[in-house]
Design a protein around this ligand. Structure first.
Ligand SMILES: [Zn+2]
Ligand SMILES: [Zn+2]
Length: 444
């Protein structure tokens, strides 16, 4: 069946606006909108019908009446008026069968969206469309009835039309893969709301003092509600690396909430030195995205002065969080100060280096973390060990190992749960007294 014939059959049965008619042939012809497409087909039908009616073909007038009513065609209306053919008022439908006239309001929706976006910094967006289920079903049935094979969906067309108009109004680009903001438009509910995607910044942090946990630690008594024990803070520790970094970040972005991700963690009593530990901080629903990262670095370092220091701040994305987690088993370098029960000799230290370098350590989950980690035995490799005597009962050991090795237990032995271990190798009870992380080696 040819396009004109099919169009006429559609219009004889259903009122269709230019958009909704044109959409049924959306894949035919390029460089025009569906409304132009629909209008063109209606116009050609009107010309043909005009010619037919001039040659006294009665069908011509009939077709013109269909176009004037169900086709909403001004051209057909004018031709009929010139021919003094009257169409009864009640023959005119109120609205398009498929979109119920909603393509008329897309300008309003685009302007509503523009207003909502006014307060935000962004460079790209995507329009998402919410349609009532019955509307989509109605269109599906329509397409099946007329065997539409080169059409597109109403959802697609709304998204494109509103996106294009909005881009004209705000000068930003439409981004399909990773939009900063999704503008959710409901043409039928005449609603517009925004889903603002998070902003990610990556970097490295150093923890210069002991006694600060990496993440916020809720009070074990009240679980965050606030009680006498925690001085009504809801927290076990007054501050954390996470909070010290998040606070200036939230202030700079105007986000509603922040999340902190790091590649592994050091103990509360361990410092994080060297080039620092890789992290990613994420702001939910940020109002500002065009951050000056040098200034952010300065404000975090001023805010956390003497405690935490960040460097190498970069804009990142969700993948950076995944890479962090994947890199958790990358190499780490530690320095631990060990106190022994009995005196140590140079020979002892040589033995330690010899036995622990290139050793595979079998480590059952340490007792001190059993409350939050599954009880498993893990194997972790040690690449390098260097030992230095500090006093008759004290030594310093540097260990470069696979991430995830618990170094304190490598020293103490954790009642035989870690083997081999320093205590056992020297048959001399060893206690870790100070621990620093010197490097987290990542492929960044
Ligand atoms: Zn329509
Ligand atoms: Zn409490």
């Amino acid at each position: 069946m040819d396009i004109l014939e099919k169009t006429l059959r559609m219009l004889e049965k259903y009122p269709l606006c230019d958009h909704c008619l044109g959409r049924q042939f959306a894949l035919l012809g390029h460089g025009m909108g569906n409304d132009e497409r629909g209008k063109s087909v209606k116009s050609v039908l009107a010309f043909q019908a005009h010619e037919d009616s001039l040659s006294k073909d009665r069908d011509g007038v009939k077709v013109l009446k269909v176009l004037a009513t169900n086709g909403f065609s001004e051209t057909a209306k004018q031709i009929l008026a010139k021919m003094k053919k009257r169409v009864p008022r009640k023959a005119f439908p109120k609205t398009c069968f498929l979109c119920e006239g909603k393509f008329m309001v897309f300008e309003d929706l685009a302007r509503k969206a523009l207003k909502l976006l006014e307060e935000l910094e962004y460079s790209n967006f995507l329009v998402g469309v919410e349609l009532p289920m019955k509307t989509e079903e109605r269109e599906d049935e329509f397409k099946a009835e007329f065997e539409v094979s080169h059409g597109e969906s109403m959802r697609n067309e709304f998204g494109r039309v509103i996106g294009k108009r909005l881009a004209e109004l705000n000068g930003k680009t439409v981004e399909f893969k990773k939009p900063e903001i999704v503008v959710l438009v409901g043409p039928f509910a005449e609603s517009v709301r925004l889903a603002v995607n998070p902003l990610f910044v990556s970097g490295r942090y150093k923890k210069l003092v002991r006694g600060i946990p990496q993440s916020k630690w809720f009070c074990s008594n009240c679980h965050g509600k606030g009680c006498e024990k925690c001085n009504w803070t809801g927290k076990m520790y007054h501050e954390s690396v996470e909070e010290l970094i998040e606070e200036p970040f939230l202030e700079a972005t105007g986000g509603t909430k922040a999340s902190f991700h790091a590649s592994g963690r050091e103990d509360i009593d361990a410092r994080m030195l060297g080039p620092g530990r890789p992290f990613v901080v994420e702001a939910t629903a940020p109002k500002k995205r065009f951050l000056d990262l040098r200034r952010l670095e300065d404000s975090v370092n001023a805010h956390a002065k003497g405690k935490v220091e960040v460097s190498r701040l970069k804009f990142a994305d969700k993948d950076a969080v995944r890479r962090l987690k994947k890199g958790e088993s990358n190499q780490k370098e530690y320095r631990v100060t060990i106190e022994f029960d009995d005196k140590i000799t140079v020979k002892d230290l040589r033995l330690l280096k010899e036995k622990l370098t290139n050793a595979m350590i079998k480590q059952q989950t340490p007792r001190r973390v059993l409350h939050r980690r599954a009880d498993l035995t893990r194997e972790k490799y040690i690449y390098d060990v260097r030992v230095k005597k500090l006093s008759p009962r004290k030594a310093e050991m540097k260990v470069r190992c696979q991430g995830g090795l618990y170094v304190k237990e490598l020293v103490s032995g954790d009642e035989g749960r870690t083997t081999p271990n320093v205590s056992e190798l020297l048959n001399n009870k060893a206690k870790p007294v100070k621990l620093d992380v010197l490097n987290v080696i990542m492929g960044d």
